[in-house]
Design a protein around this ligand. Structure first.
Ligand SMILES: [Zn+2]
Length: 462
């Protein structure tokens, strides 16, 4: 395998930025030289000129739903297209949700996802096991799952009758997972209250997509976050909240962390950058933004940025859960409750958070690397192989031109979906080259890697 020398760029990690040459051999970072440019010790077969560019660790996106059956349809990206899109957007590792279907043993769920990803994925991947049916003996199956490198468990506090676990089951899963060193990821919304609010709206004839937002007010998330924190205390187990969207939820997590409780959380690209005015779009357009939780007002977005800066929130994920507008979102034309919940974003997370975060002064460049790569890798047992630039780590690298720009459009994206959440936005910064274990996988937004390059990442317990 060719050796590479990334020369003349600014290396950025969560701890600092510095001029250095980075040498790559056998897919790993072999040396980092802060001396004279080009003096990086042993010669290399190929030199990548990074003058004026930032050299970042490849993104780690710990929240994607590829080839996933939900709400009467299946997400539009499989492990082939979804990981190609990830690569093009500077993300070199994903952790996807292996979603149990009712009646399925957890081991069979994981096997099924291995079969879907193996030979198709273009970048490295891992799985969380998403438990939706706590059958007799399910807890006894968890140690085997964890031994197989699937060291995190997802549960839903919403969607009764399909995905939701009750508080007792949440407690059981937390207790068992905590003992195993597996992190429990919680979708925190009060599903029962939401179901009643949604039913009331529909009974009043309010069936359009904008009512999705009204059926899931901020308090439904905040209540569930507080409750889950308390349950995790009773279970004496760490807890991680996925896709937090509100100021009060972030504050609850920050308060728990201030008590040194093992509580951590992510928000998503869209909660930082898009607002609920999108629900006022014409016709059925708003269905594109039927995400769960819904988009929130500016005060929430400001609070999420602030918590990313101060450490209340540690991770930005995409929650890439793509459904095409045509035929898929349209399943809910007559009832917003039937619109598949989710949107595309794995390709645009790095660009949007860089362009609208770092460039706008909301996030320092080191903190950008931290929330998009380092802390996700640390939180899910991938660090230091992933998530940073250090000798011995995988050569997952992104060359970003801060003077360039990126225009987002469904016409040019690699995601297999017919719209983009940031359609028409031009953001500062351009991801020029993306490397996965030393192989060039994307160049100027175009995929140049190969299906099957991506490897399953058995993750450590935490
Ligand atoms: Zn999700």
């Amino acid at each position: 395998m060719a050796t590479l020398l990334f020369s003349g760029g600014t290396v950025v990690t969560a701890d600092g930025s510095y001029r250095a040459d980075v040498r790559v051999a056998d897919g790993r970072i072999d040396s980092i030289s802060t001396g004279e440019i080009g003096a990086g010790g042993a010669p290399a077969d190929e030199r990548v000129d990074c003058t004026g560019k930032l050299l970042l660790p490849g993104g780690v996106d710990v929240h994607t739903h590829l080839d996933s059956r939900m709400m009467g349809t299946v997400t539009a990206d499989d492990f082939g297209t979804g990981t190609r899109a990830a690569a093009c957007g500077g993300t070199t590792t994903i952790v996807d949700f292996a979603l149990q279907v009712a009646g399925e043993r957890l081991g069979d769920t994981v096997t099924r996802y291995h079969e879907r990803a193996d030979g198709r994925a273009a970048v490295d991947y891992g799985f969380h096991i998403a438990v939706t049916d706590l059958y007799d003996g399910a807890l006894n199956d968890l140690p085997g799952i964890v031994d197989g490198g699937v060291t995190s468990v997802k549960v839903f506090m919403a969607y009764r009758g399909s995905l939701m676990v009750d508080d007792g089951e949440l407690f059981d899963i937390l207790r068992t997972s905590g003992r195993l060193g597996a992190r429990v990821c919680v979708h925190a919304e009060n599903g029962d209250v939401i179901d009643r609010m949604a039913a009331d709206l529909v009974a009043q004839g309010k069936v359009g997509p904008k009512y999705h937002e009204l059926s899931r007010p901020a308090a439904t998330e905040v209540e569930a976050v507080h409750r889950a924190i308390r349950i995790s205390r009773m279970a004496d187990a760490p807890i991680y909240f996925v896709h937090l969207s509100t100021a009060d939820s972030a504050a609850a997590v920050a308060a728990a962390r201030a008590e040194e409780w093992p509580v951590s959380a992510e928000t998503c690209t869209h909660y930082l950058t898009l607002g609920p005015e999108l629900y006022d779009g014409p016709g059925f357009e708003a269905a594109k933004y039927v995400l769960t939780p819904p988009l929130r007002e500016r005060a929430h977005r400001d609070a999420l940025w602030k918590n990313l800066r101060t450490g209340g929130l540690g991770v930005v994920s995409s929650d890439h859960c793509p459904f095409c507008f045509s035929e898929q979102k349209e399943l809910g034309r007559d009832d917003f409750r039937k619109i598949p919940n989710g949107g595309p974003g794995v390709e645009h997370r790095m660009s949007v958070v860089y362009g609208l975060g770092v460039h706008e002064g909301k996030l320092g460049i080191e903190r950008f690397v931290d929330v998009t790569a380092t802390t996700p890798a640390k939180s899910f047992g991938l660090f230091p192989r992933k998530g940073t630039i250090m000798v011995g780590g995988d050569a997952d690298l992104v060359v970003l031109d801060p003077a360039g720009s990126t225009t987002i459009s469904a016409r040019t994206q690699n995601q297999n979906v017919d719209y983009a959440l940031w359609e028409g936005h031009t953001v500062p910064g351009r991801i020029e080259r993306v490397y996965s274990r030393g192989e060039l996988v994307a160049k100027d937004g175009a995929f140049v890697g190969r299906a099957g390059h991506g490897r399953f990442q058995a993750r450590a317990t935490v």
